[in-house]
Ligand binder design. Structure first.
Ligand code: NAG
Ligand code: NAG
Ligand code: NAG
Ligand code: NAG
Ligand code: NAG
Length: 347
């Protein structure tokens, strides 16, 4: 019954939410938000005025999209903290001292800069698994990030460098979103991430593939950089790699060592929007190959099958060749035997 009434009230008063802003907030300005006293809500739980703390889910605190410019105070019970879509400019060392139980910290779409995040701000978050910092103004990784992180999103910032100290010891990190920054080189800083499955470093300023990549990667996204060549045996060291995207780079045939992509296990390979003139040899186990918008002038069936018989044929399902210098007539009719599973060929 109570739930129904609350629901009705909020439906009737859509603009006047249960945690309406203090009408006198203008008197003491946005700075006071950080020090605003915690008010007990109907459930007897502490909750800052500007945030919502659902009684049915006391581990969560929702402070997203409230126009905050500073960190609210955080009760220690909170595990899941939503602070995204605000204008928070700083995380002082003291801001998270009580928040030692945090598991998720969502701070994407704010105004954070590297200078305004305290060196120890995140240090005591000993159970933090997810940290979302994308779409801020960071020029580097914050110092002393918890080594417990599993999912770190720091894309769409202004990061130029990644140093070994940034990620050292993050043994459980499985997802790292670094895309749309200004990274020119990562050195060997990613090598130690022994659980990393997804690395997205697209939309940066890489001129070569990072030397030392973690061996357990399943997904490697390098598109929209300035890579013109690939190292010898580039894919040979991975044991689980399934998805490789290097679209929108400067790759030429000369820059790709023979048999680079003839590795089993790969499911999807995206080489679109490069400068290739030939179809590189790929493994018969590959399922999706994107080569659109290159300069390919001939259809080489041998790139897909060296032998064709009952058991030897390509597992390719998708083949994109549009935006090249070939047409349908250039595909020999006996291709059907090799590409017998390809239901989606676009020329
Ligand atoms: C941390 O908790 C203490 C004691 O409850 C309180 O006095 C202090 O204001 C809190 N600090 C923050 C940043 O929430
Ligand atoms: C963050 O970057 C945006 C866009 O570049 C800019 O408008 C804004 O002023 C910056 N904010 C801070 C706090 O530097
Ligand atoms: C990684 O996870 C395991 C198992 O949950 C845990 O024992 C270990 O302490 C974690 N490592 C780090 C660096 O947090
Ligand atoms: C891929 O490598 C295998 C040996 O590992 C070889 O038999 C096959 O011909 C190669 N495929 C192509 C298309 O070159
Ligand atoms: C082709 O299939 C035969 C069995 O029909 C197998 O012995 C041979 O290894 C296969 N060749 C390749 C290159 O996969």
């Amino acid at each position: 019954m109570r739930v129904v009434i609350v629901f009705l009230l909020s439906a009737l008063l859509p603009l006047c939410c249960c945690h309406a802003r203090d009408p006198f907030a203008w008197l003491y300005g946005p700075q006071s938000q950080r020090f605003a006293s915690l008010q007990a809500n109907t459930n007897g739980q502490e909750c800052p005025d500007v945030c919502d703390c659902p009684p049915t889910f006391p581990a969560a605190m929702y402070c997203d999209g409230r126009g905050l410019t500073a960190m609210p105070s955080i009760p220690s019970r909170v595990k899941y903290l939503y602070l995204q879509n605000n204008a928070i400019t700083a995380v002082p060392d003291s801001a998270l001292v009580n928040a030692t139980n945090l598991v998720w910290l969502m701070m994407h779409y704010n105004q954070l800069t590297s200078d305004t995040i305290g060196k120890k701000a995140f240090q005591q978050l000993e159970g933090l698994e997810r940290l979302y910092l994308q779409h801020n103004n960071l020029t580097g990784f914050p110092s002393n990030l918890p080594r417990t992180l599993q999912d770190l999103r720091i894309n769409n910032n202004k990061i130029e460098k990644v140093t070994p100290a940034d990620l050292e010891g993050m043994d459980n990190l499985t997802i790292l979103y670094l895309h749309d920054n200004s990274v020119t080189d990562v050195g060997t800083s990613l090598k130690a991430l022994k659980s990393l499955m997804l690395l997205d470093i697209s939309g940066n300023k890489l001129t070569k593939v990072p030397d030392a990549l973690p061996e357990q990667l399943h997904q490697l996204y390098l598109q929209s950089n300035s890579i013109d060549s690939l190292p010898e045996d580039f894919l040979g060291g991975f044991t689980q790699l399934q998805y490789v995207r290097i679209a929108h780079n400067q790759l030429t045939d000369k820059g790709i060592p023979a048999n680079t992509f003839n590795v089993t296990g790969l499911v999807e390979l995206d080489l679109s929007y490069n400068k290739l003139e030939r179809i590189p040899p790929v493994s018969t186990t590959l399922e999706h190959l994107y080569l659109q918008a290159n300069q390919i002038k001939e259809f080489t069936l041998g790139s897909f099958c060296s032998i064709v018989d009952v058991t030897n044929f390509s597992k390719l399902q998708t083949l994109r060749l549009d935006g090249n210098e070939i047409s349908l007539q250039d595909i020999p009719t006996d291709s059907a035997l090799c590409l017998r599973l390809a239901s989606n060929i676009k020329v």
